[in-house]
Design a protein around this ligand. Sequence first.
Ligand code: MN
Length: 409
Amino acid sequence: MKMTAILATALTTMIGGAVAQERQTGAVKAPADVRHITPELADYTEKLLFGQVWERPGLSHRDRSVVTVAALIAGGKTAQLTGHLNRALDNGVKPGELTAAITHLAFYSGWPNAISAVTIAKDVFDKRGIAQSDLVAAADERVKLDAKSEARRAASVDRAVGTVIPGLATYTNDVLFGDLWRRPDLSPRDRSLVTISSLIATGEAAQLPFHLSRGIDNGLTKTEISETITHLAFYAGWPKAMSAVPLAKAAFEGVQSPAPARKAEGEVEILRSGSQPDSVGAPENFTGKVRVGSRFQRTAPARISGGIVTFEPGAHTAWHTHPLGQTLIVVTGAGLVQHEGGNIQTMSAGDVVWIPPGVKHWHGASASSGMIHIAIAEAQDGKSVDWLEKVTDEQYRMHHGASQLKMKP
Ligand code: MN
């Protein structure tokens, strides 16, 4: 057996074995072969992970078990699951809550992960004599969610997802939030804990801001979220925990100063990064993948609006005009811009591009590199853009051919 294989086997035995041993003696002991091969890991496991991390205040043993089990299932780390399902039951997680968490994770980390976890859970439940009747929630009623925030969430899904992928929007609103999140066998707070753990464990940062805010709305404290992220550094790895830090910071700041729908006169308004979902460029106005984030629109007498637009390689707008012109500030990448009758021009990070009023034009990424620009335009009679026909592939390729010629060594 190769050394790496021996180590992998030893580690697998260690986590499961260590947990089993703790139930009997009250302290976690790494198995002798682990200590023999890597004494420093054995020390970290006993003294740091189980001796300190699991004992930190701010997140209960029960919640740490929920977080750990969610991270293992979402990450497909089934070798450690038997030990941690047993530990979760010892820490007071109810069998029905574990099965509800597994079902919940089918949606957030995929059916295969959930089905694999079911097989292991059945074995654990059988060995502990847990009957199927212990798993069924007593009441079949649905949990009431906050109507106002649900309406806001559903509208945002309809707007951002429904116009592009209608089927996904329907299941998101009707099944995921309309049914799963309202099932009584796991509280909304615990569902948030499971979801956040799963997102961090799988590195799905794009969904985190929404779910961190939702978790706070569902009763998770900042300390609990902070401890969850610290705990997950050990079970999902440092990089994933570190990536969650700025998103948690934004979510925490959102809690300190909830943004009212309308700011009082004279107050500074900060639209926090990541606080609203990106919208997807409408397929009739864009070619390729385009996302618009940090979208803003000022009310009269101000008339400025805009956002940060991300074009994937090859993505670009249709032909269009702006009644009062448009300013583009390139943030990163390699971009292209053309006014009707002119040559396609390149633009790159730091360039500021002025599109005069009424001039027919298009802009976007080059074929080989993505591009992000800030777009700012003033509205005339409430309108800041008039969309025209799409740019044909032939028109877009005009630059591609020219630049290849130029770039020949
Ligand atoms: Mn434009």
